[in-house]
Design a protein around this ligand. Structure first.
Ligand SMILES: NC(=O)c1ccc[n+]([C@@H]2O[C@H](COP(=O)([O-])OP(=O)(O)OC[C@H]3O[C@@H](n4cnc5c(N)ncnc54)[C@H](OP(=O)(O)O)[C@@H]3O)[C@@H](O)[C@H]2O)c1
Length: 220
């Protein structure tokens, strides 16, 4: 599959490593430009590109940058993506630690991913947001392995969610359907599933036990 990744930090870098390792064709962009990504390109075989070119022809686009920078992305970011393309949102809202207050989330009653979808003008699938970046390299296991870690996946487009779950399986993790974007508060920062390293049953239980009330650390 042709995959475009916007953000080449902890998560974007390790997703580039895993997705190229299982045979996908990855283009990757950061804010400083492709010339700053030559080491990652050499290591993985991914193609470093500008943000403007990151989604060109991509069947899957992954947006993995600090949430506060989402409004800075080009408005036509997704215009040249492949027909039927799917977008993964890995992002989290850290109002006190990084992002400042985002009114659309605090006052608008939107989940973090619903706000991201609004910024991008395209629905997203929420995945990887509660996964430690290092775990993407250190904890993949083959399907059926007893200790295989499961990741929650939320989204409104069932076909898109299915594709994302297939890709996550390819890179070594089980998944749990966490519902729609409106329900995706169940996997936001501060919830029981956020950062949980566990299998399908425990992840399912943690999602069920979540509260929609943001914990004090994650209030703006
Ligand atoms: N770290 C984790 O373990 C983890 C786990 C799950 C989810 N997340 C979430 O995933 C997202 C990414 O986290 P991270 O830890 O990977 O971040 P990070 O290490 O700080 O990397 C951020 C990346 O985004 C790029 N970037 C920033 N603004 C951009 C823009 N306007 N256009 C294009 N690229 C831009 C940066 O490029 P430059 O370096 O060139 O500025 C950098 O490559 C965050 O929302 C975070 O909350 C993180």
């Amino acid at each position: 599959m042709k995959i475009g990744i916007i953000g080449a930090g902890n998560i974007g870098g390790n997703l580039t490593r895993r997705l190229t390792a299982v045979g996908h064709q990855v283009s990757v962009a950061n804010s400083r430009g492709p010339e700053t990504l030559s080491e990652l390109a050499r290591e993985t075989g991914a193609t470093p590109v500008t943000v403007a070119d990151a989604a060109r022809g991509a069947e899957l686009v992954i947006v993995t940058i600090p949430l506060k920078n989402l409004p800075d992305l080009p408005k036509d970011l997704l215009a040249a993506a492949a027909p039927g393309f799917v977008v993964i949102d890995t992002n989290n809202y850290y109002p006190q630690q990084r992002d400042g207050r985002i009114d659309g989330i605090e006052d608008g009653g939107l989940t973090e991913s619903a706000w991201v979808a609004q910024q991008l003008g395209h629905t997203v699938v929420k995945a990887f947001n509660g996964t430690f970046a290092a775990d993407l390299l250190e904890r993949p296991l083959p399907a059926g392995a007893p200790d295989r870690q499961a990741l929650p996946v939320a989204g409104d487009d069932e076909a898109a969610k299915k594709l994302v779950r297939t890709v996550i399986d390819q890179i070594g993790f089980d998944t749990v359907d966490a519902g729609t974007l409106d329900e995706s508060w169940r996997q936001q920062p501060g919830t029981p599933v956020y950062g949980l390293r566990a299998g399908v049953d425990a992840v399912t239980k943690a999602l069920a036990e979540a509260s929609p009330q943001r914990t004090p650390d994650f209030q703006g």
